[in-house]
Design a binder for this molecule. Structure first.
Ligand code: AP5
Ligand code: MG
Length: 217
């Protein structure tokens, strides 16, 4: 089945973890704005240099460049053919309106906007122990999902890293930005009838099951 999905929720709630399960199992294309920015930073592009100035302080990258970057990827042939999981976009009401325009022009609808919800203390614990693979992007956690060999990815052997925005002060700023700027996007979609709220405080597989059971067949 080809679906068009959005994952929305605060930092560390498990968007990337669910996106990996959905793309692996359903063959959808993953579109994570945060991952795309991190690749641009790594490649030291102009966009990467601009994005870094905001990301390192836990602030949002300006709407204009973010919308342009995501519009290009949404119009990709793979996205048309296989469907997609948007992770981290849209994050402002302006971005949600721009996405509506892009999808309208492509004659695409959205199947579900999935809001993942967990208590804030769980988020702090999850982000404090997170590690990611530098090569394939697989996500680990020191306690919840430790790698088999310390510092190395189980899937591809790549070295693991800790994100620079996973520092305590930056995490609190990211949570504040979520509450002020991104939470209204959830209300925006609640009014369209496509919103699905899932409990993300259970394990990754139980969270995934809630999503799959609510999918249109
Ligand atoms: P982004 O990369 O999107 O970060 P985020 O939204 O802060 O979310 P995270 O990636 O930190 O968390 P996640 O929800 O993916 O959780 P994960 O699955 O890793 O954005 C980074 C920055 O880029 C932003 O701050 C902003 O500056 C910029 N940016 C991005 N998009 C933008 C946009 N649209 N506009 C403007 N700026 C933008 O899980 C976390 C940990 O918990 C892991 O260790 C995992 O193993 C564990 N875990 C996950 N699920 C479970 C579970 N169910 N049970 C137990 N443990 C779990
Ligand atoms: Mg993520």
């Amino acid at each position: 089945m080809s679906y068009r999905l959005i994952l929305i929720g605060p930092p560390g709630v498990g968007k990337g973890t669910q996106s990996a399960l959905l793309t692996e199992r359903l063959g959808l294309k993953a579109l994570s704005s945060g991952d795309i920015f991190r690749r641009e930073i790594e490649a030291e592009t102009d966009l990467g240099r601009l994005a870094k100035r905001y990301i390192q302080h836990g602030e949002l990258v300006p709407n204009g460049v973010t919308i342009e970057m995501m519009a290009k990827r949404l119009r990709d042939d793979d996205t048309r053919k296989h469907g997609f999981v948007l992770d981290g976009f849209p994050r402002t009401v302006r971005q949600a309106e721009a996405l509506d325009e892009i999808l309208f022009e492509m004659e695409f609808g959205l199947d579900k906007v999935i809001s993942i919800e967990v208590p804030e203390e769980t988020i702090l614990h999850r982000l404090a122990g997170r590690m990611g693979c530098t090569k394939c992007g697989e996500i680990y956690h020191s306690r919840n999902k430790p790698p088999m060999r310390e510092g190395l990815c189980d899937k591809c052997n790549g070295p693991l890293f800790v994100r620079t925005d996973d520092q305590p002060g930056t995490i609190l700023e990211r949570l504040r930005v979520f509450r002020e700027t991104t939470a209204p996007v959830i209300d925006y979609y609640a009014s369209t009838g496509s919103l699905l709220r899932v409990d993300g405080s259970v394990g990754p597989e139980d969270t995934y099951r809630q999503i799959i059971e609510a999918m249109p067949r």
